[in-house]
Design a protein around this ligand. Structure first.
Ligand code: HEM
Length: 347
């Protein structure tokens, strides 16, 4: 089949991208500030990568929305592969701060006041990434002003993402569907009507776990019941007890081939949180170095807001919290053959 030859710069529409840097300080009547070009380019590069992150994220969420997902399927491979790509992009975005830090605070002051009230705070793509990953409005720091400087059309996009089913919610549903623990046919002496606390695996595991707790950690025995059986006061948790049980089971037994991909999925979510946290940390330090304790151009308290957001905005914290309930391999209960047969490959 014949096709029109593709010309590099037309294909990439470079005429648009390369002609999209217009420093305000270069406008007539202003004094050109050399570093404003870097400031623009770096923000544009971030926004392009945010676009790619959203593209990957949307595709992963679409697969997870399917009513069923085989843990040993191509779909699982694709999800893990694309989530890893997101984590790698974020890692590069953390490194990009190095380039911006070649600008000194005085270089920045040469044009900073001309930018008000523009700020990365108005990056609707960043807020949509947070919301799609699973940062709910109720858990946001600075709720009353996080969209205050944005145009209505951009606020609408963020609200749409917040009202949709996030990756965290989809992962919760996927974990709830995990078959091995729920299937009474593979667990002797257990019927689906019995409570999870009476499940032969969890009964044994809870005992082993609580026996291994030190004096200062004894309270974890109560948390175990709350998180994995849903007993006690119900809080606004994102992981249901059934999902938490599956998550812990995957973490404990990921040496079995069938649990390796599910483990990588969970682990990559923690890596995404890790990289977002690294970015927030580097960004705050850069902000302190650049503007000290002055308020941000976007209208927040500046570094104070960013510090609060960093502490509060870990999205997959309930998944990393599951790691407090692991026990070492030597004490791990052996699984019945009916289960291990399903977790491995037989030739
Ligand atoms: C001179 C460099 C920079 C300074 C001084 C700076 C300063 C700030 C400040 C003070 C805030 C708090 C909100 C406000 O403006 O009131 C903020 C938020 C933010 N900035 Fe920057 N920033 C810089 C570079 C960047 C770059 C290169 C990006 C890349 C996109 C970026 C992305 C963001 C984002 C996404 C937020 C919101 C963070 C959140 O809500 O947790 N910033 N920035």
């Amino acid at each position: 089949m014949e096709h029109k030859p593709v010309y590099y710069s037309e294909y990439l529409e470079l005429n648009k991208i390369i002609d999209a840097q217009h420093p305000v300080s270069f406008e007539k009547g202003n004094q050109p500030a050399h570093d404003e070009m870097l400031f623009i380019v770096i923000h544009q590069a971030y926004e392009l990568w945010f676009k790619q992150v959203l593209f990957e994220l949307d595709s992963v969420m679409e697969i997870l929305r399917k009513p069923s997902l085989h843990d040993n399927s191509g779909d699982m491979q694709t999800i893990v592969h694309r989530l890893k790509r997101i984590a790698t992009i974020l890692e590069v975005l953390v490194k990009q701060i190095d380039i911006l830090e070649t600008m000194t605070p005085m270089d920045f002051l040469d044009f900073r006041d001309m930018l008000r009230p523009a700020s990365g705070f108005q990056s609707w793509q960043f807020k949509i990434i947070e919301a799609k990953l699973g940062l709910a409005f109720d858990h946001r720091h600075g709720q009353h002003y996080y969209t205050s400087q944005l145009k209505e059309s951009d606020v609408a996009l963020i609200k749409e993402a917040e009202n949709g089913e996030s990756l965290l919610k989809l992962v919760n549903k996927w974990l709830e569907r995990m078959p091995f623990l729920q299937d009474p046919s593979v667990w002797n002496e257990w019927t689906a009507q019995q409570s999870p606390a009476e499940h032969p695996f969890w009964k044994t595991y809870e005992q082993i776990y609580t026996q291994g707790l030190s004096e200062q950690e004894k309270n974890n025995a109560n948390y175990f019941k709350q998180i994995f059986y849903g007993t006690g006061e119900s809080s606004d948790r994102s992981l249901s007890p059934a999902a938490a049980r599956s998550g812990l089971f995957i973490m404990l037994y990921h040496g079995y081939p069938l649990l390796e991909l599910p483990f990588q999925l969970i682990d990559t979510l923690l890596e995404i949180d890790n990289q977002m946290g690294n970015w927030r940390y580097r960004h705050i330090n850069m902000v302190r170095r650049m503007i000290g304790s002055r308020v941000g151009t976007g209208g927040s308290t500046g570094a104070g807001y960013l510090q609060g957001a960093m502490e509060k905005h870990y999205i997959f914290k309930e998944i990393s919290q599951l790691n407090s309930f692991l026990t070492d391999r030597r004490t791990l209960p052996a699984l019945p053959k009916s289960v291990t047969d399903r977790l491995g490959y037989s030739f």
